[in-house]
Design a protein. Structure first.
Length: 350
């Protein structure tokens, strides 16, 4: 989640693709490249050959996707604008309202709201009400897993969340940790095997899961997540309340709420958000990241392709080649954009 269980403001397209997801999320790359401050300008630098190769491959791949969906009457104009802004060719978008902090990873024209009432909007979120109706299945399975861990003399219940907290501690604080079921569009088979009923329910509901993924998130007693934003307006996040001690809160934009057990709290994490758990018990939620309902199928396909390609670049699956075109005179600095994030990850090398 980051939703208050998410990452601070930074260039997440590549971030997402690279590790956090991004390995939400390719989180290995989150440390050292996050940018908390909102920057609405950049210092021009040259893109490296590897960065140029990435963007050329993006352009090549989008051609076939665009041709397929154009025949269906769906435009990808906003994806091309997204790429231009992520490369640093366009300025950052303006905030939609107080607390909104959109980044270079932005789709123009999407409705922006700090909180969304997903379960009451069947047209935009046809899966949400049914998820709440069946929330007891997830909660019971989660409780059973925690009980099993507590009864195992060789393990502690906290061990369930230990695997994802190392890189998160600098971003989310040491009190936040997660157990991931899906990342970068790929289900973690071994983790899902621990929660088969949850996995089956999520699959049956056909939620339009986005590239960041699905996870159980824990907030320990007396801890909180500092205000931050991930800047991406095309992904929304729902938190399904599982164990919510009294006094726990989440603030998005200028509005503060609490979670309710068995209910969804849905937010746009391109708004600044933070959380707190002042109680003496752990707080648990299931975090689900999904595409903004105003994206068309063509735009979803384009974003999925871009993030998947970035993940392949980061993992080394795509070998280096010399770019076909000359380097542009200027580009975005390493604090912004897909190209900038790539530089931060690779040091600008090939």
């Amino acid at each position: 989640m980051i939703a208050a269980d998410k990452v601070p403001r930074c260039s997440h397209v590549l971030l997402l693709l690279a590790s956090h997801l991004l390995g939400h999320r390719a989180h290995a790359f989150q440390s050292g490249i996050s940018r908390v401050a909102v920057v609405r300008h950049s210092t021009a630098v040259q893109l490296s050959p590897r960065q140029l190769q990435f963007w050329e491959d993006v352009d090549d791949g989008l051609v076939d996707i665009e041709a397929f969906y154009e025949a269906k009457g769906q435009s990808m104009d906003r994806i091309h604008t997204f790429c231009s802004r992520a490369r640093g060719d366009l300025p950052l978008p303006e905030p939609a309202s107080p607390g909104h902090q959109p980044s270079e990873e932005h789709i123009d024209g999407l409705a922006a709201s700090a909180f969304w009432d997903a379960s009451s909007d069947e047209k935009s979120f046809p899966w949400a009400a049914e998820l709440e109706t069946n929330a007891h299945i997830i909660a019971e399975e989660f409780d059973q897993r925690l009980l099993q861990m507590a009864e195992d003399e060789d393990k502690k219940s906290s061990a369930l969340f230990s695997g994802d907290s190392a890189w998160q501690s600098k971003v989310m604080g040491t009190g936040w940790s997660a157990f991931r079921l899906q990342r970068l569009g790929v289900w973690n088979v071994s983790n899902c095997a621990k929660f088969p009923k949850t996995y089956n329910l999520l699959k049956e509901l056909d939620i339009p899961l986005a590239v960041r993924g699905v996870c159980f998130a824990r907030q320990t007693p007396g801890s909180g997540v500092a205000p931050h934003t991930d800047g991406r307006n095309f992904i929304l996040t729902s938190h399904l309340g599982l164990k919510i001690p009294a006094g726990c809160w989440i603030k998005v934009g200028e509005e503060e709420r609490s979670w309710s057990e068995g209910k969804l709290t849905t937010l746009d994490t391109s708004f600044e958000h933070s959380t707190g758990n002042p109680s003496s018990e752990d707080r648990h939620v299931l975090i689900i990241d999904f595409w903004h309902p105003e994206l068309n199928d063509a735009e979803r396909a384009g974003l999925e392709y871009i993030y998947d390609l970035r993940n392949k670049f980061e993992s080394g699956e795509v070998p280096f080649r010399q770019p076909r075109n000359e380097q542009p005179e200027t580009a975005v600095d390493e604090g912004q954009g897909l190209g900038g994030l790539w530089k931060a990850l690779t040091g600008g090398g090939n």
